[in-house]
Unconditional design. Structure first.
Length: 427
């Protein structure tokens, strides 16, 4: 039995100002393997090279990432968002889909540039979040979802429904539970109503023989419900799209925000990106995402198993969560990882030698079977956006020190604790 971290709590069970710092303290006292009891849940934290490698190698049917993610997100999202889904987020992020997404990214960036005007000041994370909404809803939201008042209504409703709040502001989940998710359920009703309008328009255009080929991702969701009655299909399609969009907004827009922040703090790299150095833009995006990771990488155990650690084999029972914490490894697993340096990357891999005892100790998009399926699209979207915004505008950051993350966050890519405003002027 590993040491138990007594007196350490996780933020969804108690008020914890900085859970990452609390777990870092527990690791310094107890070592790289310890157990933490939080509420009714037991966690096994692994930080050693063998432990982290074993975590990424666990089969889904034994230790499930999907179940662990669901257990976290359901603190915020109504259960009906998860039940009976036919199209899951990872099914819409194949390599063959990237071209369709990037077309929508280009349109979204051009719209954002028009909205910015000739000069002004904007919070980079608000800008990136609005871009994320527009790209996603244009891709799978159906006709009209990324335009006009319907778009604005969907933004407001999705921001209220935001599943990532379960790990960005976990302390707020007590209020969500106390109200039985009343605000979230109201937002879901509005989302489904707005998406239903698009579905009606799509069916009308099909009836007229005027289909829109650019809606192929939306059509894929619609086709999955072809055998259902009209009312059941409309509900299922809207809930599929809701889960897909909520999942898409969990990390990408935040990673894009840090990518823009870091480029503005490093004008030499920003100038090269502006001039079209796409390879550098991608390594900058990887490095910004690495530095901004606040993820708890968790697996919920569905069956007992044994893992080999430096201290010897360890038997792990079913019914607990096995986890590691990326901010405690991404920045400290080897010398020099505590600073931003895109030169440490060779394309999409860290250069070797890099001092890592195991490659899994540094993670941007995951490892093995649970690598993020959206990695090709995410990197392409981030680099396209940064290049276009830098080429169309001259930027000056308004902050004086590197922005801090939300201290209570434990999961996903960090959100900024305060607005990161930058002044801009059209070139």
């Amino acid at each position: 039995m590993p040491a138990i971290a007594t007196g350490v709590r996780l933020p969804w069970d108690d008020v914890v100002e900085d859970p990452v710092a609390s777990l870092a303290d527990a690791r310094s006292r107890l070592g790289d393997t310890f157990v933490l009891d939080s509420g009714d849940d037991r966690y096994l934290f692994l930080f050693s090279p063998l432990g982290v490698t074993a975590l990424y190698g666990l089969p889904e049917e034994t230790a499930s990432k999907g179940v662990a993610d669901w257990r976290m997100l359901r603190r915020k999202l109504p259960d009906e968002v998860f039940a009976g889904r036919r199209v899951l987020p990872h099914q819409l992020f194949g390599r063959e889909d990237v071209a369709a997404y990037l077309h929508n990214v280009e349109l979204a960036v051009e719209t954002a540039a028009d909205e910015l005007g000739s000069e002004g000041e904007v919070d980079l994370f608000s800008l990136s979040r609005r871009l994320g909404h527009r790209v996603g809803l244009a891709s799978w939201g159906g006709p009209g979802a990324a335009e006009g008042e319907r778009f604005e209504t969907l933004i407001r409703s999705f921001d209220q429904l935001d599943g990532s709040e379960s790990f960005v502001h976990p302390g707020a989940m007590a209020h969500v539970a106390a109200t039985d998710k009343a605000e979230e359920r109201a937002a879901l009703v509005e989302v489904m109503a707005q998406l239903g309008l698009g579905l009606e328009e799509r069916r009308a255009s099909e009836h007229d023989g005027d289909g829109a080929p650019e809606l192929m991702l939306f059509d894929r969701v619609v086709d999955a419900w072809a055998d259902a009655e009209a009312e059941e299909a409309a509900t299922g399609i809207s809930l599929d799209i809701t889960l897909i969009h909520v999942a898409s907004m969990s990390n990408l827009f935040a990673a894009l925000g840090w990518h823009l922040v870091d480029l503005m703090e490093h004008p030499d790299e920003a100038e090269e990106v502006r001039l079209g150095e796409t390879g550098l833009a991608e390594t900058c995006a990887l490095e910004s995402t690495r530095m901004a990771q606040r993820s708890i990488m968790a697996r919920f155990t569905l069956a007992s198993f044994s893992i080999d650690l430096e201290e010897g084999p360890l038997e792990v029972p079913a019914g607990m969560t096995v986890a590691t914490l990326l901010p405690l490894t991404n920045r400290s697993a080897a010398p020099g990882l505590d600073c931003w340096d895109p030169a440490r990357w060779n394309r999409r891999r860290l250069r070797t030698p890099n001092g890592l005892a195991a490659a899994e100790l540094v993670t941007v998009f995951g490892h093995g079977g649970h690598s993020c399926p959206a990695r090709p699209f995410s990197l392409a979207a981030m680099t396209l956006t940064s290049r276009r915004l830098l080429s169309q505008f001259h930027w000056e950051p308004s902050w004086s020190e590197h922005p801090d993350p939300v201290s209570a966050q434990i999961g996903g890519v960090a959100r900024a604790a305060a607005p990161c405003r930058a002044r801009y002027q059209r070139r």
